[in-house]
Design a protein around this ligand. Structure first.
Ligand code: UDP
Length: 230
């Protein structure tokens, strides 16, 4: 079974899957779209590094193995149609919804759930509605929220050691064959906000045409490689 999405091709092989990262980058629910040579391999390797780190910290992710340059072996998951965002800092859609000052820290992490639905522009959803909507049980929703916060806090420390501030991050979750709630999809500068002082190292570089995203993404990869090899 082969599924092709905006940035990845997924082939299910029994209880495992092979994920090939494409060079495509999109923003605005797919309205902006480009191809950058080398982008797929950078995001695949960063997903392998960050998810490998979470696995070692006992946060279960789907990551099993990295086949350079751009392919991962993962656990096949039945995905929840959700994006779970953890925020340490005010930015992006949070400010568009509620106002506030760009870059201002929260005293504790904020978690938000969004339904993956490009046609409806990924509407935000109340955690209490997930069961009524038939998307996830109360327990699964609670587990996604708790795991997302723990994973985000661990990754914040990880990226700090690599020299970057993690402002926010998006996770996707699925169920493995035993019904365990596991982090899937990818973790890369496409799915989080990474800053070093005023400089931007994430997809906002592309969203706002600030610089060549590949140059910035490469810098993140090299910094993360160097801390895992220490
Ligand atoms: N994000 C993502 N995929 C999406 C929407 C958001 O990976 O479809 C990430 C985004 O890169 C950021 C975080 O989730 O790191 C929070 O995004 P936000 O809700 O602020 O939306 P945006 O401003 O990106 O539209």
């Amino acid at each position: 079974m082969l599924y092709e999405g905006k940035t990845k091709i997924v082939e299910i092989r029994g209880d495992e899957a092979i994920v090939r990262f494409k060079n495509d980058i999109t923003a605005g629910d797919g309205a902006k779209h480009d191809i950058f040579e080398g982008k797929g391999s950078i995001c695949a390797e960063l997903t392998a590094i960050t998810m490998g780190y979470l696995n070692r910290q006992s946060i279960p992710t789907h990551f099993l193995d990295f086949y350079p340059p751009n392919t991962l072996k993962v656990v096949a998951l039945r995905m929840f149609p959700l994006e779970v965002v953890v925020r340490f800092v005010k930015t992006g859609s949070f400010i568009r919804r509620y106002g506030g000052v760009e870059g201002e820290s929260f005293s504790r992490p904020v978690v938000e759930f969004f339904i993956k639905d490009d046609a409806r522009h990924d509407p935000m959803v109340c955690i209490n509605h997930l069961e009524t909507l038939g998307i996830a049980s109360k327990e699964q929703a609670r587990e996604m929220s708790d795991t997302a916060i723990r994973a985000a806090e661990l990754l914040r420390g990880f990226f700090q050691r690599a020299g970057f501030d993690l402002w926010d991050i998006k996770f996707e979750f699925g169920l493995d064959g035993n019904g365990n709630v596991i982090i899937g999809d990818e973790i890369s500068p496409d799915t989080c906000r990474l800053r070093r002082k005023e400089e931007i190292f994430d997809k906002d570089v592309y969203r706002h045409d600030i610089a060549d995203p590949i140059e910035r993404y490469k810098e993140v990869l090299e910094a993360c490689r160097s801390i895992v090899s220490q």
